[in-house]
Design a protein around this ligand. Structure first.
Ligand code: AMP
Length: 399
């Protein structure tokens, strides 16, 4: 079902309350990465150009319902004021007289950012009182915070009970790319999964068995699968209680005709540290006790490249190894490069947020993919086939 977007509503002279994702990293009160602020600009600028007044809502970090100064959005307001051509005001409250006065003084084309939504205990509980209060400040709600779409909070979901909620451009793009991959992927559809835990991704894998053609598995999670197949994995990270689940997934994949591609070699070391002795071993020979697999090996890189080369849709979630340490980053880098390569040939590639997005950034490849999702958890839940509350709450388009 298609959702209403900012383009479908009359914004002139309206008060627009917009949920954005300004959850930026801060160090000593300074923003260390402003990607998220930049990402929110296109929707904010569009709404301002249309002559609306904009009230911005965002969370920052996990203050757990308490007013903690280190989680204040003030630095974001200051930065936004520098970037935008419009006046940006900030109120260090989340509700009350100060907020209401600032809203009433706001002129068309001006911006007000109020304090961190998570300073309110009711935010993460989706408290209807709080949602109703925020809704009372405006005529329309714009939801542009895909990263929180898997959570039903007052500022993204609750508020939509009281005023119409429409999608911003970021949200629209996320839904378009991810829904297409879930519902109607162009084939061959290749999914590449890595990262630390199988348990985080069981739901996704099970759902992918219904429409993916191939699933390539790297990262620490590969060792749970390899162990389930009887390989020696030494001291690699294994989820012992998920060995049965891994076996079941492999059996289901076979029954459904989905190819699961597991690594044939690994880069191993005795410690997760830069500069330590490392070796490459074949998985048929196995890993000795005291050694652990920290990256996929060169033969696996070739194998994965081959399995990626004819893809028309790719979803990648989770690094192939401990990419944060250069000694163990080669597999992730080569896989990222292979995805970038096939994207040039017309494949739709989606990077599923979180660590894979950070890896793409680290290797300077972030602009080489069709879409880099801004929400790790939200994109995984969409791929699991779940309905996300923060998307369900956006008003549907009537044809
Ligand atoms: P996730 O959050 O599940 O995507 O996991 C990402 C983390 O998994 C990264 O910090 C990687 O360093 C880590 N990781 C990837 N491969 C391995 C491995 N073979 N052993 C230990 N940690 C790994």
């Amino acid at each position: 079902m298609e959702k209403l977007t900012v383009k479908d509503v009359d914004l002139k002279g309206k008060k627009v309350i917009m949920r954005v994702d300004f959850n930026v990293p801060l160090k000593d009160g300074k923003i260390t990465d402003e990607t998220r602020i930049k990402a929110a600009l296109s929707t904010i600028e569009y709404v301002l150009e249309k002559g609306a007044k904009v009230i911005l809502l965002s969370h920052l970090g996990r203050p757990k319902g308490e007013k903690k100064p280190e989680f204040s959005l003030k630095p974001v307001a200051d930065r936004l004021n520098e970037i935008l051509n419009s006046n940006v005001y900030f109120v260090d409250e989340t509700r009350g007289e100060k907020v209401e006065k600032a809203v009433s003084e706001l002129k068309d084309g001006e911006v007000l950012l109020i304090e961190n939504t998570r300073f309110e205990k009711g935010e993460t509980k989706n408290d209807p009182e709080l949602a109703k209060y925020w809704a009372s400040l405006a005529d329309i709600h714009v939801n542009d915070a895909f990263g929180t779409a898997h959570r039903a909070h007052a500022s993204n979901v609750g508020i939509a009970e009281y005023i119409p909620s429409v999608a911003g451009f970021l949200m629209k793009k996320e839904i378009e790319f991810l829904k297409k991959a879930v519902e109607n992927p162009e084939k061959p559809y290749v999914v590449i999964l890595g990262g630390a835990k199988v348990s985080d991704k069981i739901g996704v894998i099970n759902n992918l068995l219904n429409n993916a053609d191939r699933i390539l598995i790297g990262g620490a999670m590969m060792f749970t699968f390899l162990k389930a197949l009887g390989k020696k994995v030494g001291s690699s990270l294994v989820e012992e209680d998920k060995l049965d689940v891994a076996k079941e997934i492999l059996d289901n994949a076979k029954a459904k005709g989905v190819e699961i591609v597991l690594p044939v070699d690994a880069v191993i070391a005795q410690k997760i540290e830069a500069g330590v002795e490392k070796k490459t071993v074949k998985m048929d020979d196995g890993i000795s006790e005291g050694w652990m697999g920290l990256d996929i090996g060169p033969e696996t890189v070739s194998l994965f490249k081959d399995k990626i080369s004819d893809a028309k849709t790719i979803v990648w979630n989770g690094p192939m190894g401990v990419f944060e340490i250069d000694d163990f980053s080669e597999g992730t880098k080569e896989v990222a490069k292979a995805i970038a390569e096939v994207t040039k040939k017309g494949c739709t590639s989606i990077i599923g947020g979180g660590d894979s997005a950070a890896a793409a950034e680290k290797f300077g490849l972030a602009n080489e993919f069709s879409h880099v999702s801004t929400g790790g958890g939200a994109s995984l839940e969409l791929l699991e086939g779940k309905e996300l509350p923060g998307i369900a709450s956006i008003t549907e388009k009537k044809n």
